[in-house]
Design a protein around this ligand. Structure first.
Ligand code: F6R
Length: 258
C-alpha cells in the first residue's frame, strides 16, 4: 500500500484527482469505479476544472458506482445517482449511457444484484476504484460483519444510519432501509484502488485498516491483500499512522508547499 500525505482536503483532492487524471489520459476508455460521500467531492471538482481547461476527455470512459439506496430513483436528491449527476457527470463530457449506478427502484434485489455484477463483468472489470472509508471501516455499504459478502448484494441499513438519514426526508416511511452495494470481491477485482480519507475522525480506522489484522470487523482491512492500493489522506487523518508507523507515509516533494 502506498500512503500519500496531503496537507488538507484541497491538497488531498488534487493529488487524488491527479491519479484519476493520469488513468484517463493513459487509457481514455477506462472503467472508473466511483464513490459518493463528502470525501470525493473535491476530486470531482478538480477533475471538472481540468476538463474545462481541455486537459481531460471523458467521452470514452465508463463509470460504475459503488452503491445506491433501495427505493430511491435518480430524481430523488438523496439518491447516489442524483449525487453523481450533480457533482460530476453534468459538468463533464461523459456519455450518460456509459454511467452505471445500481438501480434503486428495482425491487427484485437478486435480479438487480446479478444485473450489476454483469455490467461490471461486461465492461471487462474496473480499472481504478475510488473509495472513501467509513468511521467503522466500511467500504461501499460493506459494513463490519461476520463474513465478507462477495459480489453486489442488498444490505439492511443499521438503525443508526436510518436515524441519521431521517432529517433528509419528509416522512419516516420515505427513509431507505436497504441499499445495493458492490461486494468485497467486486472491489478487490479492480485493477487499482484509490482510497481517500480526510479528518481526524478517520485517523484511528485508517491505522487499523493499514496495519491491523485482516478481518470482517474492519472491512477495509481486506485491501491489504490487494496489490495496487494508493491511499491519499490529509494530515489529520494520518495522525495515528504518523505517530505509530511514520515510515509508511510517503511525502512527495511538492508537500513542502501543500
Ligand atoms: C459512498 C460509500 C461510502 C463512503 C464512506 C465515507 O459511495 O460507499 O462507503 O465512501 O461512508 O463517506 P465520507 O466520504 O462521507 O466520509
Amino acid at each position: 500500500m502506498k500512503i500519500i500525505y496531503a496537507k488538507d482536503y484541497d491538497s488531498m483532492s488534487r493529488k487524488a484527482a491527479n491519479i484519476i487524471s493520469a488513468q484517463v489520459i493513459l487509457k481514455p476508455n477506462s472503467v472508473l469505479g466511483l464513490a459518493t460521500g463528502s470525501s470525493p467531492i473535491g476530486i470531482y471538482k478538480q477533475l471538472i476544472e481540468w476538463y474545462e481547461k481541455g486537459d481531460l476527455d471523458f467521452s470514452a470512459c465508463h463509470t460504475v458506482n459503488l452503491d445506491e439506496y433501495v427505493g430511491l430513483d435518480k430524481t430523488n436528491d438523496q439518491s447516489y445517482a442524483y449525487f453523481m449527476y450533480h457533482n460530476f457527470f453534468k459538468d463533464i463530457n461523459i456519455n450518460m449511457e456509459n454511467t452505471n449506478v445500481p438501480n434503486g427502484t428495482n425491487t427484485d434485489a437478486a435480479g438487480e444484484c446479478a444485473r450489476y455484477n454483469k455490467v461490471i463483468q461486461d465492461l471487462g472489470g474496473i480499472d481504478i476504484q475510488l473509495l472513501g472509508i467509513g468511521h467503522n471501516g466500511h467500504i461501499g455499504f460493506n459494513e463490519p460483519g461476520i463474513a465478507f459478502e462477495k459480489e453486489t448484494h442488498c444490505v439492511e441499513l443499521t438503525q443508526k444510519t436510518i436515524d441519521a438519514n431521517t432529517r433528509f426526508f419528509n416522512s419516516k416511511e420515505e427513509v431507505p432501509t436497504h441499499a445495493y452495494t458492490m461486494g468485497i470481491k467486486n472491489i478487490m477485482n479492480a485493477k487499482k484502488i484509490l482510497l481517500v480519507a480526510c479528518g481526524a475522525e478517520k485517523a484511528e480506522i485508517l491505522y487499523r485498516m493499514v496495519t491491523g489484522k485482516i478481518e470482517p470487523s474492519v472491512p477495509a482491512s481486506i485491501l491489504q491483500l490487494h496489490n495496487d492500493v494508493t491511499i491519499v489522506a490529509d494530515e489529520a487523518a494520518l495522525t495515528v499512522i504518523n505517530e505509530k508507523a511514520p515510515y509508511l507515509i510517503e511525502r512527495l516533494p511538492s508537500c513542502n508547499k501543500k
